[in-house]
Design a protein around this ligand. Structure first.
Ligand code: ADP
Ligand code: AMP
Length: 213
């Protein structure tokens, strides 16, 4: 099964994608996680990506597409994947379509996690992330057992540089301008599914499972 998660930054794409990956036994592929791992390792790719991420802008398509195509070409993606944070532009979606069509395959679902902008800023200011294993917490909604420490791997949790309020506002503007058009793009292909992302995260997941079967 090949699934795309759509939604504004902070809508809960990663939270849901991790659960989908576990239940359906497919890898969770997050371009944001790949960039953050590169930033942590200090690679040239990480440095370049960071210059855009810190401004709330998208990393250029050319760079992002290559990373994604390399990742989904790996063996563990043979039976499908759940993409979180890709595609974010129409050209990215077109490249992905081309790549899956070449393999005589298709994207099965594009799930839009719908959350209004008002809720987003509140969510992002409470987000805490583990750069080592990719786990995500929220200081109120999903607190770790021990403050500031990842339950899964024991690493110190961070506040993402791009979760500052000004950057979140820039990311929302970027989202509306460049990513939201993908809702119509996948709707026209007949694979768009909408879920209400303002619900409790377990209820959002139940709604997604009802769609995926
Ligand atoms: P995205 O991957 O779309 O950027 P995340 O999955 O990282 O978003 O979620 C953003 C923040 O909101 C995290 O701190 C997460 O724990 C929290 N969160 C996710 N889903 C919900 C929900 N349904 N209700 C409340 N908080 C949520
Ligand atoms: P995320 O972790 O998905 O919220 O992504 C964090 C940041 O990484 C985004 O704000 C972008 O700057 C960059 N990024 C992640 N995925 C993409 C993508 N598909 N296209 C362009 N930039 C991306």
């Amino acid at each position: 099964m090949k699934i795309i998660m759509l939604g504004a930054p902070g809508a809960g794409k990663g939270t849901q994608a991790k659960q989908i990956a576990a239940k359906y036994n497919i890898p969770h592929v997050s371009t944001g996680d790949i960039f953050r791992a590169n930033i942590k390792e200090g690679t040239a790719l990480g440095m370049e990506a960071k210059s855009y991420m810190d401004k709330g802008q998208l990393v250029p398509d050319e760079l992002t597409v290559k990373i994604l195509l390399d990742r989904v070409a790996k063996d563990d993606c043979k039976n499908g994947y759940v993409l979180d944070g890709f595609p974010r532009t129409i050209p990215q979606a077109e490249v992905l379509d081309e790549a899956v069509t070449k393999l005589s395959e298709k994207i099965d679902y594009a799930i839009n996690v719908d959350v209004p902008d008002e809720n987003i800023i509140r969510r992002m200011s409470g987000r805490r992330a583990c750069v080592k294993c990719g786990a995500t917490y929220h200081i109120v909604n999903v607190p770790p057992k021990k403050e500031g420490i990842c339950d899964a791997c024991g690493e110190a949790l961070i506040v993402r540089d791009d979760d500052k309020e000004e950057t979140v506002k820039a990311r929302l503007a970027t989202y509306h301008e460049q990513t939201q058009p993908l809702i119509d793009y996948y709707s026209a292909k007949g694979i768009l599914k909408e879920v209400d992302g303002t619900k409790d995260m377990n209820d959002v997941f139940a709604d997604i499972v009802a769609i995926l079967g």
